[in-house]
Design a protein around this ligand. Sequence first.
Ligand code: MG
Length: 238
Amino acid sequence: MQIDRPTIDAWLHRNNYSEYAFRGVLFDMDGVLFDSMPFHARSWHEAFAGFGIAFSEYQVYLQEGSTGSQTVNDVFMAQKGRYATDEEINALYERKCDLFQQYAQTVPMAGAHEVLEAVRQAGLKIGLVTGSGQKSLIGKLNQYYPGIFDPNNMVTAFDVQHSKPHPEPYLKGMVKLGIRPEETIVVENAPMGVRAAVAAGALTIGVNTGILKREDLALAGADIVLDNMRQVEALLGN
Ligand code: MG
């Protein structure tokens, strides 16, 4: 692994760990394994626009990891100074889902296959931690990355009480892999996902595959910020 010593030392110090010995890598799904964020961003942006509310694609990326109702409520609070009604939440989220159905295609993230192979060859365990509850996308993991993901090593929306940025999803992922936080590396693309992984105590790689600024991931606490999965492969290979 090509992670430099100062980065490791800073991470050890921050978490009060004595020494590292990585045994597994937990991967986020949207924006890491599949290039699905552009479709989410366009769908949310257009759904809100239909209700006369400005919500940029950049804001969608910042919001990644929130539930649909959380997203609607956050936008209403910021722009109207009140929570959305249940009817507003349902109408907006339904519209977003309709648009997403219309636009979404399954696009594997460039370089993701190579990262997974490199991690497997390095002898590290592999797990998935996603806030997604889309059964179709999860099923496609095996189609695009055959033989990599064991269903017993996956944490989805159905497995947790609290979504990211709460640490629960990543802590559950560690339990599923049978490894401790100080033995875990996380690969995440979203600020809230980064915060969840950092709170869970993992060495957190923020990979900026979308339209965010690098600072968005650094400020969320990422130990390392990279620009694409090729760089993750270079970091985790060998
Ligand atoms: Mg993501």
